[in-house]
Design a protein around this ligand. Structure first.
Ligand SMILES: Nc1ncnc2c1ncn2[C@@H]1O[C@H](COP(=O)(O)OP(=O)(O)OP(=O)(O)O)[C@@H](O)[C@H]1O
Length: 260
């Protein structure tokens, strides 16, 4: 696999903050991989996502390097899609689903409205929204939380980006819907050969479909590697603790035993 982005010594300090939110992070993102960024609240996951997407607030001090194989950072919306945790805040309540999804195709692909609507309908079918033609005319409040997140995914993918960042995209959903959305994301990125950066605090959720995992704590990258290798023989005590904390009766096993 080729390296899509080589991150070297990346540090971020927000304005007015004494400590860095990210501290000297070295991490390669491989083209076409599903990479899970895992860590507790405040570990710097979203900061990493925002730095990669060029969405850090002004005033944040960024040092280190991000080297893109394309020679430039991906254009947000066109080459890079972003799905946030809460679809209610990323969707506009007074615009129809069709208007919001089609807008991305109009703006980033330069399509006229009629073609942009046709593209929006296609992508709503792809994210398996029930009655997609009806959904085009619906407003966000007329959909369930899971359906709204499918719309947010559709809006992120409408301009056919090759790189998708999902930042806690399933955390606001109940467990069944969460599993459906994770499966959907997995299918979509595989089908389109996209790179996925999947940000989550839930190591069990990530372990089900990520090719590699990167574990963060207090702004530091603790360890990174292929999912199975990290989960079956974690090098760092923190990773061992994180894995152990998921071993309770309500959690499915992180690694499935091979069938005998
Ligand atoms: N805009 C901001 N201004 C100042 N400090 C910030 C800002 N955004 C995040 N921080 C701080 O940076 C640190 C890392 O936050 P970040 O949101 O990246 O962590 P996270 O792992 O994504 O956590 P969560 O899962 O809770 O979103 C935290 O201490 C947080 O309080």
């Amino acid at each position: 696999m080729t390296v899509l982005c080589r991150i070297g010594g990346l540090s971020v300090v927000y304005a007015g903050q004494p400590a860095p939110a990210l501290d000297a992070v070295d991490l390669d993102i491989l083209a076409g991989e599903r990479l899970a960024i895992i860590g507790e609240s405040g570990s710097g996951k979203s900061t990493l996502a925002r730095a990669i997407a060029g969405l850090l607030p002004s005033g944040a001090r960024v040092t280190g390097e991000m080297e893109w194989s394309a020679g430039h950072p991906p254009h947000p919306g066109r080459e890079l899609g972003f799905v946030f945790q809460d679809p209610s805040s990323s969707l506009n309540p007074v615009l129809t689903i069709g208007e919001q999804v089609a807008e991305g195709a109009r703006r980033h692909l330069g399509l006229p409205w009629s073609a942009a609507y046709a593209q929006a309908l296609k992508i709503l079918e792809k994210v398996r929204i029930p009655q997609p033609e009806k959904a085009l005319r619906a407003f966000p409040h007329q959909l369930s939380g899971g359906q709204r997140q499918r719309v947010a995914i559709a809006a992120a993918l409408v301009a056919k980006p090759s790189f998708l960042i999902a930042d806690e995209a399933t955390s606001a959903l109940d467990m069944v819907v969460q599993a459906e959305i994770v499966a959907l994301l997995g299918d979509l990125v595989k089908e389109a050969d996209m790179t996925l950066l999947f940000i989550t605090h839930d190591i069990a959720l990530a372990s089900g479909f990520a090719d590699r995992v990167a574990i963060f704590k207090d702004g530091h990258l603790v360890e990174a590697g292929p999912t199975l290798a990290v989960l079956s023989s974690p090098r760092e005590i923190y990773t061992q603790t994180l894995i152990a904390s998921h071993r309770d009766l309500s959690t499915p096993p992180l690694i499935k035993e091979p069938a005998s």
